[in-house]
Design a protein around this ligand. Sequence first.
Ligand code: ZN
Length: 284
Amino acid sequence: MLRSLNPLLLGLGFSPLHHCKLRGLSNLPKIVSFSVPRGSPSSPRLLAVHCGSGGRFRAFRMSSGGLESSPLEADGATLAMPAVHKPRIRFCQSCGGATKQVIPNGEEKLRSVCSVCGRIHYENPKMVVGCLVEHDNKILLCKRKIEPSYGLWTLPAGYMEIGESAVEGAMRETLEEACAEVEVISPFAQLDIPLIGQTYIIFRAKLRKPHFSPGPESLECALFAPEDIPFDSIAFSSITVALKMYNEDIKDGNVTFHYCTINKRPGASPSDPNGFDVDNQMHL
Ligand SMILES: [Zn+2]
């Protein structure tokens, strides 16, 4: 289930572009260095990655409108200061005391700190896991029966639970939302959404049995050929991005693993459905 996605992430536009052609796991790009220019929180978000063995560090930025900056070849490319996260834990999880927002000694970020016992509450990103289920050259989508995005289509996905692996969580969500027992084939995409502290991991999977039906959180489940995916009715930007990546792979005849980040575009209104960029896109 996925109940609390930020509505700002709906409807992201997307233009696929592959930045680093990689030939094996040993050549996975490494984040090598970046600096944070103080006082420039709205500057473009760039990330230095090491592409292969040539020793060249390249920084890229993608947007829904296309490539917005030329590749840089430099050490220490700049990375925009992440949006300041306001701690949201109001009461201590140890003693129940009220928390206050302070920067603890030796740290640089605001934290919720208990005013009674002093416990520092750290907030970390959440994992969303799901499956891109292939069957008869089509993929399985679920129409949401819950908010947010009631009535829109999504891949079966939801928050990973303590005690399960990402694969187990993705299979569980697929069973819950589409009553489909699946076998995972491979990881397909990792999509980071720093703004709201979420990381999606989507797996390719296939049906164990040719059966699926809507679970309690789905109005309908259906198979779509890649060219028939209803991109004007997709629930979340992350799902739009994943599906467009998949469609491009199908056209190329090679489904592979992808990574990217989804970021609010500097200056964009929070309600702008196209106000987001797909950055740091890489694939194997
Ligand atoms: Zn406390």
